[in-house]
Design a protein around this ligand. Structure first.
Ligand SMILES: Nc1ncnc2c1ncn2[C@@H]1O[C@H](COP(=O)(O)OP(=O)(O)O)[C@@H](O)[C@H]1O
Ligand SMILES: [Mg+2]
Length: 259
């Protein structure tokens, strides 16, 4: 490995800053405006929620931030670096950007069917240049944290939906990314397991300074979020920076339904 290996470089500064972001799918009569002039900011170490009805644009926003989808306009800054501006990506290598800086937990697990659970998690660490042994050790640690150690040698098609989701969560965390984007990560999980996932996300944020955005409908985890943004018809609730950690849950969910 040369001096560009990830272990030798200081970790890039974390943080997400979005300004004036737009996304329109299609064009002409069939155009769907999915995001309208979105402003959003997540500091290093923050765990922030994105809450809103189905079809409001939450997944679209997350995919734009994760460089999975190209926005129609606006600006995205990740870790102090402007990566998208106006109508094009400024980062020269989006695959590398995603691998090094972004952990993405999709709504579906998308595990590789021909790799064991352990190797599904370890693969991204191997692709970043860690030895197979190191990558598998990191995978085993995360699988243990998610109560999945006993399934490490299993193939994905032997797992339940909730187990597959926990593997996908471990995979997103294995490189300790400075940005973590999670689309309804706890939806298929029962309450204790959802809390274990939130524990892991909080630990990553607290120890590594990761900026975490969690899309969720899950009332159980709302109190675990430091702030929420409310999304409706592609508009992201401006200035909704209330601290919700101590808010009574019933009051909060009533307020969310009204937005
Ligand atoms: N690939 C696509 N092509 C066209 N329209 C899409 C596509 N993906 C999402 N949309 C539309 O964009 C809007 C926002 O969708 P989405 O971001 O998936 O919302 P959410 O995640 O909040 O449910 C919806 O009107 C949806 O139908
Ligand atoms: Mg969605």
């Amino acid at each position: 490995m040369t001096s560009s290996s990830p272990q030798q470089r200081p970790p890039p500064p974390a943080g997400i800053v979005v300004s004036g972001l737009h996304k329109t799918y299609g064009n002409g009569n069939s155009a769907v405006i999915a995001l309208r002039d979105v402003q959003l900011r997540v500091e290093p170490g923050e765990v922030v929620g994105l809450v809103g009805p189905s079809g409001s644009g939450k997944s679209t926003l997350l995919k734009c931030l994760g460089a999975v989808l190209t926005p129609s306009g606006g600006q995205i800054e990740l870790g102090g670096q402007v990566v998208f501006d106006g109508d094009h990506w400024l980062h020269p290598d989006l695959t590398r950007l995603r691998r090094e800086q972004i952990g993405f937990i999709f709504q579906s697990p998308y595990l590789l069917p021909f790799l064991s659970v352990r190797d599904n998690v370890a693969l991204l660490a191997m692709l970043l240049g860690r030895s197979n042994q190191e990558a598998r050790a990191a995978a085993d640690q995360l699988l243990a944290d998610l109560d999945m150690a006993h399934r490490a040698d299993a193939m994905p098609n032997r797992l339940s939906g909730g187990e597959q989701q926990r593997v996908a969560i471990a995979r997103a965390l294995v490189n300790r990314p400075p940005i973590l984007l999670a689309d309804e990560p706890t939806a298929p999980l029962d309450s204790p397991r959802a809390m274990a996932v939130m524990d892991l996300l909080e630990r990553l944020a607290g120890q590594m300074g990761t900026s975490v955005i969690v899309v969720t409908h899950d009332e159980k985890i709302l109190p675990r979020l430091q702030r929420i943004y409310a999304v409706r018809d592609g508009v992201v609730g401006e200035g909704r920076r209330e601290r919700v950690r101590d808010a009574p849950l019933r009051f909060l969910s009533r307020r969310l339904r009204k937005t």
